[in-house]
Ligand binder design. Structure first.
Ligand code: ATP
Length: 516
């Protein structure tokens, strides 16, 4: 078994109708992608998985579908007009553009963390079971030196970012002798801030007063509707509002397929709590969200990463990271946002955004704990984790390689393929079609009669279909079919009447969410 590299994953997504470059016939639009027939199904299933877990399974969370366009003052209050910036730097020789913060973070990961980990691996091998990592980290001279170096860089970096000191950001890049990953050149421009919001004009007037933004996050639609939702659903604190929707960011560097896009989709939940209880809920959602990921992704590819550099609105923040083909990177953010957003909207709008607490008999602005994940990033984890090349026996007694997308059956775009053994025998195709027609209301099924049966199995493996049933001449006699399992390739004979319950058992959300 081997893992295809990132290029092959991207090619697979295109070849099998998962993802296409946007406007491909015009040479594409950078960092914008279209989801093909199977991609649209998988994306919908990911969203359903999240919505079922976060809304239907939670008595105190309700859904919302707010508009993409919002009053421009929204983005003034939220801080996005003044502070939703990334520090940008160009390399004068390669003409490549980078995010200065990412250059520094990558330096720490590649030049410092890697060395620390190497020392730890070496020692772990030497000491075997007796190895105590915490003690080694606290006492080993070399590790302490690297750690001190890291702490010093982080201290300068955090101060420069929060103080908006772009000259210091450039100085850090120069002091660390960071080179352009493309050309190796250290010839950098000054670092400058770049606002990531897209703007456009509303209505016919093209003056400054009609300027509006495409939302860079879905969260603000939740904040401005906080009281509408609370009053109409009679929720008591703590309660949450969840939303799935498009967001837009004019990203400086967008080179990693659907990892960083300029138009993407978010699944966000804001949980409103009594001030002073936010850390308890932060821990609660941290654990819950990890549980949600671990149900469909391997534990060793997921980890928490506490933020070194807190956003202007947060008093605690962490990322859930996944090991993408290009390393551990953010998949989801969990932030304790205090009363920053509601407080700011209250001030700028002049409208009260307070909750009357019947137990305390007082009104206050609630605190917020947020969980925020990109649908597209989740899609990428499912694709990169699920796609494998596997050696299998071939028909002639040798071996062949099959490409199979092993994703959880509940998320798979097509649950069942119904295949007549031969396409030119009407009795077989009629029977297969009647099974297909009977089951398509229960789950997404596909009917396929083109090519030899082995080739059809491979095609279903490649799109991740967990089950195939084959209709053959025995089916006409005894109403049984062959059921093939994608992962084990095992084939068993079952009555037609059992297909539905067997597939439903494996594709049911209960398999993922019974304990949620
Ligand atoms: P990053 O540090 O990677 O730029 P961020 O910290 O700005 O991400 P958040 O503002 O916390 O991201 O957004 C929440 C989630 O939205 C992220 O965890 C990610 O899954 C998703 N997301 C953010 N930006 C993008 C993007 N440009 N393309 C795809 N998904 C994105």
């Amino acid at each position: 078994m081997s893992k295809p590299d990132f290029k092959k994953i991207i090619a697979h997504c295109k070849e099998y109708g998962y993802i296409f470059q946007s406007s491909e016939i015009y040479d594409g639009l950078s960092a914008v992608y279209d989801y093909g027939p199977y991609g649209a199904e998988l994306k919908k299933n990911i969203k359903d998985y999240w919505w079922t877990a976060m809304v239907h399974m939670q008595e105190n969370i309700v859904g919302l579908d707010a508009a993409i366009f919002m009053h421009p003052k929204t983005w003034k209050a939220s801080g996005h007009v003044d502070a939703f910036n990334d520090p940008l730097v160009d390399n004068k020789d390669s003409k490549k553009r980078y995010r200065a913060d990412v250059l520094i973070e990558d330096y720490i990961a590649n030049k410092v963390d890697k060395k620390i980990n190497k020392e730890i691996d070496k020692a772990a091998k030497r000491f075997g079971d007796a190895f105590d990592e915490a003690q080694f980290r606290a006492t080993n001279g070399r590790v302490l030196q690297y750690q001190e170096k890291k702490d010093k860089i982080l201290e300068r970096f955090t101060a420069a970012m929060s103080g908006n000191d772009m000259a210091e950001m450039k100085q850090i890049i120069e002091d660390l002798e960071i080179a352009c990953p493309e050309s190796g050149s250290k010839n950098w421009t000054d670092v400058r801030q770049f606002n990531l919001m897209f703007s456009t004009q509303m209505g016919a007037l093209a003056d400054g007063s009609s300027k509006i933004y495409l939302r860079p996050e879905t969260a603000q639609g939740i904040f401005v509707n906080f009281l509408n939702v609370q009053k109409t659903t009679r929720q008591k604190l703590p309660f949450g509002i969840a939303q799935i929707g498009k967001a837009f960011r004019n990203e400086i560097v967008a080179r990693q397929f659907i990892f960083r896009m300029r138009e993407f989709e978010q699944m966000e939940m804001q949980f409103f709590v009594q001030p002073g209880t936010e850390m308890k809920w932060y821990e609660h959602w941290k654990a819950k969200r990890m549980q949600w990921h671990r149900a469909v992704l391997p534990e060793e590819k997921l980890k928490f990463h506490d933020h070194d550099n807190l956003a202007h609105y947060a008093n605690a923040a962490l990322d859930i990271e996944f090991e993408f083909p290009f390393g551990f990177k953010e998949l989801e953010g969990i932030h304790s946002r205090t009363d920053f957003d509601l407080g700011a909207h209250q001030e700028l709008s002049g409208k009260k955004l307070q909750y009357f607490d019947p137990e305390k008999n007082e009104s206050y602005v609630p605190y917020v704990v947020e969980t925020s994940i990109g649908v597209d990033r989740m899609f990428l984890t499912i694709m990169t984790n699920g796609l494998i090349d596997e050696e299998v026996p071939d028909a002639k007694g040798g071996t062949a390689v099959r490409t199979v997308l092993k994703i959880h059956p509940a998320l798979a775009p097509v649950k069942l393929a119904v295949l007549p053994l031969l396409k030119n025998k009407e009795a077989l195709t009629d029977k297969a079609r009647s099974i297909f027609n009977d089951l398509r209301l229960d789950f997404n099924c596909q009917y396929d009669e083109k090519d030899a049966i082995g080739k059809r199995y491979r095609r279903q493996d490649a799109i991740g279909t967990p089950f195939c049933v084959t209709v053959d001449f025995d089916t006409l006699e005894d109403d049984t079919v062959t059921l093939r399992d994608r992962d084990t390739m095992e084939q068993i004979r079952i009555p037609i009447s059992e297909i539905k319950s067997r597939i439903s058992d494996k594709t049911d959300w209960r398999n993922l969410l019974a304990e949620f």
